[in-house]
Design a protein around this ligand. Structure first.
Ligand code: SF4
Ligand code: SF4
Length: 133
């Protein structure tokens, strides 16, 4: 079975639960954490590459806990022509994928740190952050 990429979104009540070790031990899954943003005070996001015979059962376990599980079919891109470097997105990006570089004060986007939470897509006043499917 080839690995699948999935995005997990969960609230603060899940953040301190050992969900990854349960997937490995109880469901015999191979889990590669590609990106993670886990803060006990905020909503968490993880991007996983996951494989194993009991994958469906593992996903059901997550959903029963209240974790949102979606296939990773999206990528975030920035339209450089639309971005005016206002910096609004840097305040809400949970992983620092969008950040202000000093001293130039340019807003940079490091897609390697993006966990596809979509917050910047919703907040950007100029619609510069886009979902690429
Ligand atoms: S909120 Fe939009 S316009 Fe402002 S810096 Fe971020 S991507 Fe650019
Ligand atoms: S979707 Fe936007 S806000 Fe969310 S991690 Fe990626 S760059 Fe940051």
């Amino acid at each position: 079975m080839s690995p699948r990429k999935i995005v997990l979104r969960f609230n603060t009540s899940i953040s301190d639960k050992p969900i990854i070790s349960r997937l490995v031990k109880d469901y015999d899954l191979e889990v590669n954490i590609i990106k993670a943003n886990v803060n006990p005070l905020k909503e968490g996001t993880m991007v996983l590459e996951i494989t194993g015979e009991k994958l469906d059962k593992g996903i059901k376990y997550l959903r029963d806990l209240g974790v949102q599980v979606e296939a990773l079919t999206q990528d975030i891109i920035r339209d450089e022509d639309k971005c005016v470097m206002c910096g609004a997105c840097t305040a809400i990006c949970p992983t620092g994928a969008l950040y202000i570089e000093r001293p130039s004060m340019e807003v940079k986007f490091n897609s390697d740190n993006c966990v596809v939470c979509l917050l910047c897509v919703k907040i950007c006043p100029f619609k510069a952050m886009e979902v690429k499917i």
